[in-house]
Design a protein around this ligand. Structure first.
Ligand SMILES: O=P(O)(O)OC[C@H]1O[C@H](O[C@H]2O[C@H](CO)[C@@H](O)[C@H](O)[C@H]2O)[C@H](O)[C@@H](O)[C@@H]1O
Length: 278
């Protein structure tokens, strides 16, 4: 990707920052991928740019598969909005209480009980190092960094199949398999709701995983419906074998990892009068 291509893509947003939304995935986009999910954090250099963006743009939000409160902890900035659990939670800028979709929240005891029970029943999965991240109504099986990732992925799939037989929905991410309530929600619906609630002309979304493709589609649908004039979809790619290539294929531009995303944030912050082409 050339600087010129990125500059042209974000020019309409820079021209009207107060009428533009900047929507950012967290893991793999702002925060480098880590072996254990609990170790993820956003680098200080990225945080500085995010604080500046929040003071200049109409809407700046993180749209994450994490719980909203956990996303805010990882990013570490209170001045942003945090959409969590793939669009089923929102922690608004400066707020202390998370708002959760009631129909999803109702499933929390059932999904947690099923997930913990099934992992206990599948001794092979536990033996291979598969562990459960408790996200309330979404329970996530992880295996990144265990000694035999391929065998662990298979064992996690067996737990998933048993959960599906009990009526739960499954969703695959990067070395993670989520057990979810059987309800319709995704990041696409979340960005449509977020952006549609404001008087905005343009929006940018950046992400690294398949779940972020729904967000790309959501923004593009808003443009097709005439509710948004401009959408910019940015892929954050890395060399990991689990990085889905279709994200870069479906994006307008691709950058390299959580370091590369900083060039996008810097371009969004570049003054209109720095002597370079718009
Ligand atoms: O939508 P995101 O903000 O990108 O969240 C997606 C998932 O991120 C976390 O898992 C991923 O990142 C971990 C830390 O780098 C990594 O160890 C794991 O393999 C990745 O799948 C998080 O734990 C999940 O709950 C999120 O759904």
């Amino acid at each position: 990707m050339t600087d010129d291509r990125l500059a042209a893509l974000v020019a309409p947003l820079r021209a009207a920052p107060d009428r533009s939304a900047i929507l950012l995935d967290v893991d793999g986009t702002l925060a480098p991928i880590t072996r254990h999910a609990g170790a993820a954090e956003v680098p200080a250099a990225t945080r500085t740019l995010l604080v500046e963006l929040a003071s200049r743009y109409g809407l700046v939000a993180c749209v994450s598969g994490r719980r909203a409160g956990e996303a805010r902890r990882i990013v570490g900035i209170g001045a942003l909005h945090y959409v969590g659990n793939h669009g089923t939670e929102i922690l608004r800028r400066g707020a202390t209480a998370v708002e959760t979709t009631p129909a999803v929240a109702e499933w929390e005891p059932r999904v947690r009980e099923l997930a913990t029970g099934l992992l206990e029943d599948h001794a092979t999965a536990s033996r291979l190092g598969v562990w459960l991240e408790d996200k309330g109504p979404i329970q996530a099986l992880h295996w990144r960094g265990v000694s035999d990732e391929a065998a662990a992925a298979e064992a996690a799939a067996a737990v998933g199949a048993a959960a599906a037989a009990e009526g739960l929905a499954l969703h695959e991410g990067r070395m993670v398999l989520e057990l979810r309530p059987p309800l319709d929600f995704d990041k696409g619906a979340a960005v449509r709701w977020l952006v549609g609630a404001e008087e905005l002309a343009g929006a940018l979304y950046a992400g690294d995983d398949r779940t972020d493709l729904d967000a790309f589609a959501g923004l593009r649908a808003l443009v097709a419906e005439g509710r948004l004039a401009h959408a910019a979809c940015v892929a954050v790619r890395d060399e990991g074998s689990d990085a889905p290539p279709e994200v870069a294929e479906q994006a307008d531009v691709a950058v390299d990892g959580p370091v590369g995303i900083r060039s996008v944030l810097q371009e969004l912050l570049r003054p209109a009068t720095d002597g370079r082409a718009a």
